[in-house]
Design a protein around this ligand. Structure first.
Ligand SMILES: [Zn+2]
Length: 243
């Protein structure tokens, strides 16, 4: 009986190491995901900044062109006004008046367009400022997360190394056939490998152990498997009373 109890204890010890190892390895996979999400958001914002900047450049080019056209035609109107004084021919006078009128109309239309353009540029500049602020704060968050992650990963990797050494020691204490059974189950079933039986129920699959197996397990002579889930089982009472 004491040899049996001793073997179970060693298997439970091994189980504790394996359970912690599984948890840590899951964390190694999960932890960088937040960082990836942040990086994706940042890439998205930077893409939007690029598009907004392109649009702003285009709008500014349009504004410059429009400004130039307005100035040129204003100058023409001004020149015509001066010339108008010298014109004596009525026909010519009317033609010049019409042309000036057209140019002034065109410029009024351009001024309206200019107002719209300036509004549009303002909207895009505000958007640009918002995006820059967002991009900067994301960049900051990313760098903080990166260093937090780095130190967490370092701690986890250290602990995994410790556990691997501990596992080797724990394995050395378990007889080879029992260890092979343990490893066989570990490779095929979800953690855990070894579980207690509480009030006649396997705590691995929560199904009642058949009476014959339950009598066997209480004897504490050989290491049994749950007939349902195949995990190694031990009777919890052996541990609450006899150690
Ligand atoms: Zn079971």
């Amino acid at each position: 009986m004491s040899k049996y109890i001793d073997q179970i204890k060693k298997l439970v010890e091994l189980q504790e190491i394996d359970s912690e190892m599984i948890k840590l390895k899951d964390r190694l996979v999960e932890a960088p995901k937040h960082l990836e999400e942040l990086q994706n958001s940042l890439d998205d914002i930077d893409g939007q900044i690029g598009q907004t900047k392109e649009r702003l450049d285009l709008l500014n080019q349009q504004k410059d062109k429009l400004q130039k056209d307005i100035e040129e035609d204003s100058y023409k109107v001004k020149k015509s006004k001066n010339k108008l004084m010298m014109v004596s021919n009525t026909k010519e006078y009317h033609a010049m008046m019409r042309e000036m009128d057209n140019l002034e109309k065109l410029n009024r239309f351009r001024e309206e367009e200019m107002t719209n353009l300036i509004e549009d540029i303002q909207v895009h500049q505000e958007k640009m400022e918002e995006l820059s602020t967002e991009s900067n704060s994301l960049r900051e968050e990313l760098s903080v997360s990166q260093s937090t992650l780095d130190s967490e990963m370092e701690k986890i990797n250290k602990r995994v190394n410790q556990l691997e050494k501990g596992r080797k020691k724990a394995c050395a204490n378990v007889p080879v056939p029992i260890l092979s059974r343990y490893n066989f189950i570990r490779d095929r079933l979800n953690n855990p490998v070894i579980v207690s039986v509480k009030r006649g129920v396997c705590t691995g699959c929560y199904i009642s152990i058949p009476p014959q197996s339950f009598i066997e397990i209480q004897k504490g002579e050989q290491i049994l498997s749950c007939p349902n889930c195949q995990r190694l089982i031990f009777w919890e009472e052996h541990f609450s009373n006899s150690n």
